[in-house]
Design a protein around this ligand. Sequence first.
Ligand code: ADP
Ligand code: ASP
Ligand code: MG
Length: 469
Amino acid sequence: MRSARPLRTMKFGGTSVGNAECVGRVAALVADEAAGAEVVVVVSAMGGVTDMLIRAATEASRGDREDWKGARQELARRHREVADTLLYAGEQAQVLPRLAEEIGNFENLCSGFSLVREITPRGMDALSSLGEKMSALLVAAALRSKGCAAEAVDATELIVTDDHFGNASPHFDETAVRTRDRLAPLRRRGLIPVVTGFRGATREGVCTTLGRGGSDYSATLIGAALESDEVWIWTDVDGVMTADPRLVPAAHIVPEISYREAAELAFFGAKVLHPKTIQPVLKRQIPVWIKNTFNPSCPGTRIGAAPAGARPGVKALTTVSKADLITVSGRDRLSFAELAARVFQSLSRDDIPTLMVTQSSADNVLCFAVHDADLLHVRSALEKAFELEILHDYIAPPEVVPQVAIVVLVGENMKGTPGISGRAFGALGRRDINIIAIAQGSSELSISLAVNAGQVKEAVTAIHEEFEL
Ligand code: ADP
Ligand code: ASP
Ligand code: MG
């Protein structure tokens, strides 16, 4: 189904819908855009709500009734305030009972967790994504109060996923069909769909989530399913910056980056994009714009095919500030190939991402970095995989260098630009920052340097200055 007007899928993040004033601003932006384009909206929960829901669930599972009652009040207060400020009486009469229903769901789930003293992964997904249901109801109602026909849609009706609760993977083709079918009648009637980010459902209809920050991914999944002309991700910064502005205040906006650069930045922790955001739009080469809700006149960053003739060299930096380096040595008992095969097989069972990998084949040593949150898991997976060898002292137990940060230099055109690693080493050496490990892929899209976690800010600032980003 195509209309003559361009189709834009627009996602608004948590800060963008953080309070009544913000929701009002979002409704005005959407109403403006809807004058010249067809718009499909995707929304996150109000800022801080997902964290609050997850905390409440954890407290409930410890049997603590009082703490989650506090969260219930806060949840009701924040959403009610938006409804009171922005909605006409008729809209309030419709929306308030639906918000109350979600708060009832929150109570039921928390009571359940507190009774059994346990959180089930599927219960957690249903609970942690309630904020998206509530914000979608409010944004749709705020649009109607401005005279724009709009309807809240639960993405459990659109996005079909596997049952990997907490970090589900979508089935792309089924998602495309369901999304088109479910939204077609709304679009025909000229209604703006306001879809919950973050949520999906299994084929059986059980609610799942796409991982923290997953609403960006929801937006590109829906954008691709509808063959949108563009996907706009509205957030609280002017676009993709040369580094995380919280670490490097001198960071500035990059007007244009390639899909591969954006995917690399997102994989290595640039919070502005969920790691899987780029995947769905690649095939149709749908451009993705990152824009600032609080500064809409700034054009933002365009993510698209690699622009011809772009300046060669480093485009942006990103960091993973909490990582660990793990070293496994096969001694002379295991061939390097066998060692590597068994290490990666044990990681792949639980889908654990490695952030960098280095090897020393002569010494039969494999070294790799993982997110600190995965460390315990990785350690026990490796100890299990090499249980017998460790028991008989054929190989040593895995060694861990904790509290490491990884600084990643990203740029499509670093390839063929000599001396980049040397300059990065020099910049760190002059500040007495020791490089614990280094990895550079043959695609030369990124160079990763592991440094002491306490020096990450200094390291990223030094490299940012060195390359005059
Ligand atoms: P939203 O709630 O809109 O999804 P997020 O907080 O998830 O927003 O992502 C935006 C934040 O990402 C920014 O406020 C910024 O602090 C952080 N960030 C980290 N790295 C970058 C980068 N390279 N460019 C822009 N923002 C970045
Ligand atoms: N609300 C979810 C989170 O905080 C999803 C998102 O904001 O993208 O992780
Ligand atoms: Mg985000």
